[in-house]
Every structure is written in structure tokens, then in C-alpha cells.
Design a protein around this ligand. Structure first.
Ligand SMILES: Cc1cc2nc3c(=O)[nH]c(=O)nc-3n(C[C@H](O)[C@H](O)[C@H](O)COP(=O)(O)O)c2cc1C
Length: 232
């Protein structure tokens, strides 16, 4: 078989740096990617990066987005989006809208509660939701990195529905045991857990090795800056 990509769906929840980190991780692992950026996420991308994401300039806008660090530095990464195929969210005739289109699975990152509801209820209101529904019906891996807090009962029920349908529900909640010192470390932890759920190898965060206090130098009285100062 030829090209078999991962589908990455970016919906309109806060957390566009998570999406960029997952995309870079997939590309670093040599994976092909089919990218769907929802209409609403154009607002979060603009808000969180200061730049638009336009269908007509998708390659240029994606290249700039992938180069951007979570701290706002414009050239933090050198990622080549050549292996990314972009589909417009309104294109319901696109490849990922059919189960016969070969893909490895789909990662929705970040996932809005609206997207969670739409996939749980099978609404297929756009290509992103349709592709996620197709992923479930084809019994392929689906990872849903939901980003909202607090969660109401309705969203919790939708998340249970997705779990029961075979999806991995992965809240975008960074952990602090991996020695995070910068915003990018926290972003990369979540992105790394998304890639773990998909079985894609990466080195985005330091894994737990059964040793408490490995970063104790960062505590109060230590040589690091973690105990008393703000995270850079
Ligand atoms: C700046 C901004 C931040 C948002 N953050 C969130 C969020 O963190 N989680 C969420 O569920 N919705 C969030 N929303 C609302 C979603 O964008 C909205 O529900 C939208 O309908 C989602 O559509 P989509 O799932 O098709 O992308 C945000 C909206 C804006 C403009």
C-alpha cells in the first residue's frame, strides 16, 4: 500500500501549541499526515499564535505555525510540512470522509466540547467530525485530546460514549513529574501522551523511571528556579 497517513483534526478549543507539537512529533517519526483544521480553530490559532490559518495559504501558514515555540518564539523549530496534506473542513468529499481511504487512525488535538459532542452523537457537521466518526466505525485508533475545564455532565456523558466506542479520551492535562521547566515542556508532555496513545515513537518528554525526587534540585533551597520563581 502507498501513503497511509495519520489524520490530525484541530478543533476550536484552546491549545493550538498541542496540535503543533503533535504534528512535529508525527513528522519527526517519519509519518504522513492528513490535516483538518476546523473553522472555529482559525480563531484559536489567530488568538494563540497571532497569525491566521488560511486554506488558500495552508502550506505557508502551517510552516510558520510549526516553527513557533509555545513561548511565542517564531523560529523555535525546524519542521518541514512536506508530508502534510491539508483538507478544508468543509470538503466532505475529501479522502478522510470515507472508510475506504487508507489511514492509520486519527488524533483530535485539541478537541472542543462541541467536537466531542458532535463525534459522540455522530453529527458529522464538518470533515473533522465525519473523519472521526469514520475512524470509529472502521475500528481504527481515535485519540481525543479534550480541552475544557470544568466539564459539565453532558460533556462527561459524551466522553463516556467515545470511550465505549473505542476512542482514547486524553484530557489535555500536563503533568509535573517529567521535570518541566518551560511552557514547551508542558505542551510536549501532552503531545507525547497523545503519540503514546497512537503508538508513535517520540522523545518529547522524560518518562517516569520509578525514582521519586529526581528533580529535587528545583525545590525550595535547591539550585534550580522551580521552587520560588515563576515558570519561564
Ligand atoms: C479563543 C477561544 C478559545 C476557546 N477555547 C475553548 C476550549 O478550550 N474548549 C472548548 O471546548 N471550546 C473552546 N472554544 C469554543 C469553541 O471554539 C466552539 O465551541 C466551537 O463551536 C468549536 O467548534 P469546532 O469543534 O467545530 O472546532 C473557544 C473559542 C474561542 C474563540
Amino acid at each position: 500500500m502507498g501513503r497511509v497517513p495519520w489524520v490530525v483534526g484541530v478543533s476550536g478549543a484552546s491549545g493550538t501549541p498541542y496540535a503543533a507539537a503533535v504534528l512535529r512529533g508525527l513528522l519527526d517519526a517519519g509519518e504522513d499526515v492528513d490535516l483538518i483544521v476546523s473553522r472555529a480553530s482559525r480563531l484559536t490559532i489567530l488568538d494563540e499564535t497571532g497569525h491566521p490559518f488560511r486554506d488558500a495559504h495552508a502550506e505557508e501558514d502551517l510552516r510558520r505555525w510549526l516553527a513557533r515555540g509555545a513561548d511565542g518564539s517564531p523560529d523555535a523549530f525546524d519542521a518541514d510540512p512536506a508530508r502534510v496534506r491539508h483538507w478544508s473542513p468543509g470538503d466532505l468529499a475529501a479522502g478522510p470522509s470515507s472508510g475506504s481511504y487508507p489511514v492509520k487512525g486519527m488524533l483530535v488535538v485539541p478537541a472542543s466540547t462541541a467536537c466531542v459532542a458532535g463525534v459522540a452523537l455522530g453529527l458529522s457537521k464538518d470533515l473533522l467530525q465525519r473523519a472521526a466518526g469514520v475512524t470509529l466505525k472502521e475500528r481504527r485508533p481515535l485519540v481525543v485530546a479534550v480541552r475544557e475545564t470544568p466539564l459539565n455532565g453532558q460533556t462527561l456523558r459524551h466522553l463516556v460514549t467515545l470511550d465505549e466506542a473505542g476512542a482514547v479520551v486524553l484530557p489535555a492535562s500536563p503533568a509535573f513529574y517529567a521535570g518541566a521547566r518551560h511552557i514547551q515542556d508542558l505542551v510536549d508532555f501532552v503531545a507525547g501522551r497523545v503519540l503514546d496513545a497512537a503508538g508513535v515513537p517520540h522523545e518529547l518528554y522524560r518518562r517516569w523511571e520509578g525514582e521519586l525526587g529526581r528533580d529535587s534540585s528545583r525545590g525550595a533551597g535547591g539550585t534550580g528556579r522551580g521552587g520560588t520563581g515563576p515558570m519561564p
